[in-house]
Write a new protein. Structure first.
Lengths: 456, 465
């Protein structure tokens, strides 16, 4: 347990302490270029301790811990390093939360079926996937990963909790190289439970649909055009918004949304929430990594900015409350981080275990029908580079299709899309009917009109 | 430790077994604006075992509790047996080495109090903040580490190394009304404390440029002759070409193999490219890779022709070529995979200077520094830190938002002039591949001219000015 570590800290520091201990075991099976290539296992444990002493905050982390607890011989040097860190730290009125008035919320994070899956079970999932993805002239990579975790968090104010989790990730990419044309179509599932047969079928259908349309190369369009971003392709438009909604960016004064709480800045059909209580999602948890109970936080409601996410420290600096978004690793200090970002949806619909992908979906989410000439963007190059939070973007396409008279006519290369995310979100031309999880984001395809498309 | 590892090795029943153990001491200091964000010291330790049974795939185990070593050696062997592979995995021969390589620590960072590291960073951060009241925010990072490293394999290689690393970076954010611009300074060395003193000038320069960029126009999108400065040229060759030369991309993919056939012309005779893991004193430099293969200088493109690629023991055996010492892992958490070390475009003796490259350019872009770069196989995108227009053979006004995008094959073929002014760019950051990030690498190049390249701006489309 980490209680002895926190108790040890309590005897030495005058302003409280909190700690996180985490252990995980991961099994990975990899199929490379169509054949089973390796099996790997990882066992890792570590602890992160934060102290407040003489008004200053310090942090230290270590993987030199026992496999089931921190251990007295490891606790003392960890505390010494945290105190040394605190000596340099800036003064901060950091308070640690007491126990919740009721209990922490319950959320399904641990699934026996995933925890108990054998190596052969994982290999079996991979083989089945490989068999369904094989096609003439293509090579397929598949990776299956299963993880079990145990997390314990505690502080000197008497709060503490622990929970176990499971995670299962399945990813596949299909490669086709014809001359100097390299085409890669990939997809991944991630959930706390093993994927259902339906989810695996949807993954295969998703890859195949995008591959079929990609075989034919067409000339890209050009100009200010209607562009549909698939749930995966939407990253370039989501990243500036999520960065700007972080309390950390607001505190630094670099968030364009910093002064916009209560203001209508986006299309009235856009809502965004962060939801740590989704059953079956790997980012879900009953409490955050700083002992704050998890709750669903509405970030944008009908285009109006509602609030930002905070951990304890950014909340203390911003004179507000933590929203339960403290995220910490073994090394370094906690930072505000999202759990599950959910677009335009209130909850019940996707609280189905295994609903990773909805049923096999129409590419474009039903948004293509009335587009005379435009682009469907599935993947861009360079997302996250440069001055993201500023909102302006310009990315070449990695995988995109031309839309002509409402139909996908083929794949385009050598094209780039550009625009400003905040401007584009002001007026959305349509949300698709194909919402799905992409990593820990739930979103449909989205259509914007007047996006700049360049070709060379 | 070596005795402990060789004893564990002796109990392995696999046909090939290797064990790596690492212990890393690191400190990190971060400033945001005038505020110290954090100052932490960490200790990370763990082990890695990889085993191969005849007819089996790789069995891999990594762990943080060293007490688990014997159990993990057995586990790796079991995993290898559990994954039959046909045709079997073979490893190219590498003669066994025993070495105790204690790299020059150049001021052991473990002996320097964290308060002193804070003072150094605070000074560099202060230099950025002092440039102008337009500098509204900064992010300054200091990180050092010393990694003690042990490696043994069942073919008799026994290595013990002490690897230092130190990185410093500064981001200056300039703002006026709604306009935000950034400047980025980055230093990364496989050295110690002494090597990062007296570096204030670079931090001042990037902050000044961030302020200047507030008034700079956005580059007009279109096709131009483009001259890359050595920093961006280095990032370009690493991202756009280097990853394709990693043999794990081609060795089991006949189509990729065809695309990367040795002897294929990749550029004009002016272009020579290589990767040198043995170049003294650089961040990507080490005596051996993480399979115990000595590092070397590998020529990849010579006079425009593809002549080599980067290998692990496995990819070398599969392709009937020689291992090049490029099997690297970011830490004990990962298996070694084919990676670059210090990748370069060679300077051309007699290639002249930067002025010689722009002399006959009527309208072009001088793209400098790198905010980032990404490649999707033959397509790439790079964000330059800033650019300057070239007008009538001279450097003209500052421009911003210079994004270079293109197709690798076309772009390499359009490199028509390479200067003689080669330099290594000793930057921080690192390379990412297959979930392993950041791997310390270095890039080097002279000024390079591309006769025609697409420069992205806000409004796409035709580009003559």
């Amino acid at each position: 347990m980490i209680a002895p570590l926190v108790e040890l800290a309590q005897r030495r520091v005058d302003g409280g302490a909190d700690a996180l201990w985490r252990r995980f075991e991961r099994t990975t099976v990899a199929f490379e270029w169509g054949r089973l290539k390796s099996a790997a296992t990882t066992e890792e444990a570590g602890a992160n301790l934060r102290v407040r002493h003489r008004g200053r905050v310090g942090v230290a982390g270590t993987t030199a811990v026992g496999g089931s607890d921190v251990g007295a011989q490891h606790a003392a040097p960890l505390l010494e390093r945290a105190l040394a860190s605190a000596e340099l730290g800036e003064a901060l009125e950091l308070g640690f939360p007491g126990p919740p008035s009721t209990s922490f919320p319950t959320v399904g994070t641990f699934f026996d079926r995933a925890a108990n899956a054998s190596l052969d079970d994982l290999i079996g999932i991979g083989r089945a996937l490989l068999a369904r993805l094989e096609r003439e002239g293509c090579r397929v990579n598949v990776a299956i990963e299963r993880e079990t975790t145990a997390t314990r968090v505690a502080n000197t104010a008497g709060a503490g909790g622990e929970y176990g989790g499971t995670a299962c990730g399945v990813s596949a990419d299909v490669w086709r190289i014809a001359g100097d044309d390299v085409l890669v179509v990939s997809d991944a599932l991630e959930g706390a439970d093993l994927p259902s047969d339906e989810a695996l079928a949807a993954l295969v259908a998703s890859i195949n649909a995008r591959l079929d349309h990609a075989l034919r190369l067409v000339v890209p369009p050009e100009g200010a055009l209607p562009v549909v971003f698939t749930p995966a392709g939407l990253s370039a438009l989501m990243l500036p918004v999520t960065q700007a909604l972080s309390g950390k960016a607001v505190l630094q004064g670099i968030s364009p949304l910093g002064a916009k709480v209560g203001a209508q800045v986006f299309d009235a059909r856009l809502s965004l929430a962060d939801d740590p209580l989704r059953v079956g999602r790997t980012a879900s948890r009953p409490l955050d990594d700083e002992c704050v109970p998890s709750r669903t936080v509405c970030l944008v409601e009908r285009g109006v900015v509602q609030r930002f996410i905070y951990d304890l420290e950014t909340a203390a600096r911003a004179k507000t409350e933590s929203t339960g978004h403290g995220t910490r690793g073994i090394f370094g200090k906690p930072v505000p981080g999202y759990t599950n970002i959910v677009m335009n949806e209130t909850g019940a619909v996707t609280n189905v275990v295994g609903a990773q992908h909805a049923a096999p979906l129409q590419l474009g989410g039903g948004l293509l029908g009335d587009i005379p000439d435009g682009l469907l963007v599935d993947e861009l190059i360079g997302v996250g580079q440069g001055n993201v939070i500023g909102g302006a973007f310009s990315h070449p396409v990695a995988l995109a299709y031309r839309i002509e008279r409402g139909e996908i006519t083929g794949r385009v290369k050598d094209a780039a899309v550009a625009g400003n995310a905040y401007e584009l979100w002001k007026q959305v031309a349509g949300f698709g009917n194909d919402a799905r999880w992409t990593g820990s984001r739930w979103a449909p395809s989205v259509r914007f009109d007047g996006v700049s498309v360049a070709r060379r | 430790m070596i005795d402990r590892l060789t004893a564990a090795l002796a109990r392995s029943r696999a046909d090939y077994t290797e064990i790596r153990v690492e212990r890393t001491w690191s400190t990190a200091v971060t400033f945001r604006g005038r505020r110290l964000d954090s100052a932490t010291a960490s200790e990370d330790q763990g082990g890695f075992v990889r085993a191969l049974h005849a007819g089996g795939g790789w069995g891999v185990a990594s762990f943080t509790s060293l007490d688990r070593l014997p159990a993990m050696v057995a586990r790796a062997g079991d995993l290898s047996r559990a994954v039959p592979v046909e045709p079997p995995i073979r490893l190219a021969d590498v003669s066994p080495h025993q070495a105790d390589a204690l790299l020059d620590l150049d001021g052991d960072v473990r002996g320097v109090p964290i308060a002193e590291k804070k003072r150094l960073l605070e000074a560099y951060n202060g230099v950025m903040l002092a440039v102008s009241d337009r500098i509204v925010d900064t992010l300054a990072l200091y990180r050092d580490e010393v990694r003690e490293y042990w490696y043994v394999n069942s073919q008799g290689t026994i290595l013990h190394e002490l690897r230092p690393e130190i990185t410093l970076s500064g981001t200056a954010v300039a703002r006026r009304d709604g306009t935000i611009e950034k400047g980025l300074e980055s230093i990364g060395l496989r050295r110690g404390w002494n090597s990062v003193q007296d570096k204030a000038a670079g931090f001042r320069e990037v902050a000044e440029r961030a302020v200047e960029l507030l008034d700079a126009p956005m580059v007009k999108g279109g096709t131009y002759p483009v001259v890359l400065d050595p920093e961006l040229a280095g990032v370009f060759i690493h991202e756009a070409f280097g990853h394709l030369s990693e043999a794990d991309f081609v060795y089991e993919n006949p189509q990729a193999r065809e695309m990367m056939t040795l002897g294929r012309r990749f550029g004009r005779p002016v272009l020579t490219v290589g990767d040198n893991g043995a170049a003294p004193g650089l961040r990507g430099t080490l005596p051996f890779d993480d399979e115990g293969t000595p590092t070397q200088d590998t020529t990849l493109i010579k006079d425009g022709i593809l002549v080599g690629r980067l290998h692990s023991r496995e990819t070398a055996a599969a392709m009937g070529e020689r291992p090049t010492g490029n099997a690297r892992a970011t830490s004990f958490r990962h298996a070694p995979i084919v990676r670059m070390t210090n990748t370069y475009i060679a300077g051309v003796p007699g290639g002249g200077s930067f002025e010689d490259l722009i002399g006959d350019v009527r309208l072009g872009v001088y793209a400098c520094g790198a905010f980032g770069g990404q490649t999707m196989l033959e397509n790439f995108s790079f964000t330059a830190a800033y650019g300057r227009m070239i007008r009538d053979g001279r450097v003209a006004e500052l421009v911003k938002d210079v994004v270079l995008a293109g197709n690798l094959f076309q772009t390499l073929d359009r490199i028509d002039h390479i200067a003689a002014d080669f330099r290594w760019n000793q930057m921080g950051g690192g390379c990412g591949k297959a979930g392993q990030y950041p791997l310390p690498v270095t890039e080097g190049a002279p000024h390079v001219r591309i006769e025609e390249a697409l420069v992205g701006g806000e409004v796409g489309g035709v580009g003559e000015a």
